[in-house]
Design a protein around this ligand. Structure first.
Ligand SMILES: [Zn+2]
Length: 243
């Protein structure tokens, strides 16, 4: 039993590489335990949205989002083969507080009012979804939880680290540099996936231009880089992908 726990410990103390960017990550929790915790959060969130009558009421948008996401998930599995075994799930909510969110292991939530505010066409919606799917493929949540554990300099259960991450502002500030790296990486990897799924570079440019214009109002997560920075990255990616 002791040997088994030791092996488990060795197995999760691993360095991994993000697909495409090749950036190294220090991972301390297993993908399985992080996926399980995320699933619990996701179920809690979707059940409470459903109880408030704010889940998947717009069937047309849900079908549209599922169709676009399926193509992107197919590309994601070519970059990360184990993603084919994840329980991918996507829902749409009428809650105006939700823009676009992702959770480890394949969980996505999209805000109907955000899509309407930006008047996103299919290609632009693909770029938004690809950014969220890129966070999942690059295992950003698992990496952030692992870094939060390393920050504590002692062994703590995942649930404790997760709670601390949600409430400890100095800890969030210490991890803000990592968060900025992850956002830029999700933009870049997302654009690559959208392109490989058949969406043109013009969709990337339109999406990030709309986001930059929208920055005056409530924006897609305050931790993201400025709209202008993201638009200039999209221009660079568009030249790189040559279309
Ligand atoms: Zn993001």
């Amino acid at each position: 039993m002791r040997l088994l726990s030791l092996l488990f410990l060795v197995a999760v103390q691993a360095a991994a590489q993000v697909p495409d960017s090749g950036r190294w990550q220090e991972l301390r929790f297993s993908a399985q335990e992080v996926g399980q915790l995320s699933e619990e959060h996701y179920i809690e969130q979707t059940v409470s949205l459903a109880a408030a009558g704010q889940l998947d009421r717009d069937r047309v948008l849900l079908a549209r989002v599922q169709r676009i996401a399926n193509g992107l998930i197919r590309v994601a599995t070519t970059l990360k083969p184990e993603a084919a075994g994840w329980q991918w799930e996507i829902h749409v909510t009428g809650d105006p507080g939700v823009e676009a969110e992702s959770q480890a292991g394949g969980k996505l939530l999209l805000g109907r009012s955000f899509v309407a505010r930006l008047k996103l066409d299919d290609g632009e919606l693909a770029v938004l979804l690809a950014h969220e799917i890129a966070h999942i493929v690059a295992e950003h949540e698992r990496e952030t939880l692992s870094e939060a554990l390393l920050d504590s300099h002692r062994d703590l259960p995942l649930e404790v680290v997760d709670e601390r991450l949600a409430s400890d502002i100095p800890l969030q500030l210490r991890l803000s540099k990592l968060s900025a790296i992850q956002e830029r990486e999700a933009d870049q990897l997302g654009m690559l996936m959208a392109f490989r799924a058949g969406w043109p570079c013009s969709a990337m440019l339109r999406f990030y231009a709309k986001l930059a214009e929208d920055s005056a109002g409530p924006t897609l997560l305050a931790s993201h880089p400025s709209g202008a920075t993201r638009l200039s990255l999209a221009k660079g990616m568009s030249r790189l992908l040559g279309n």
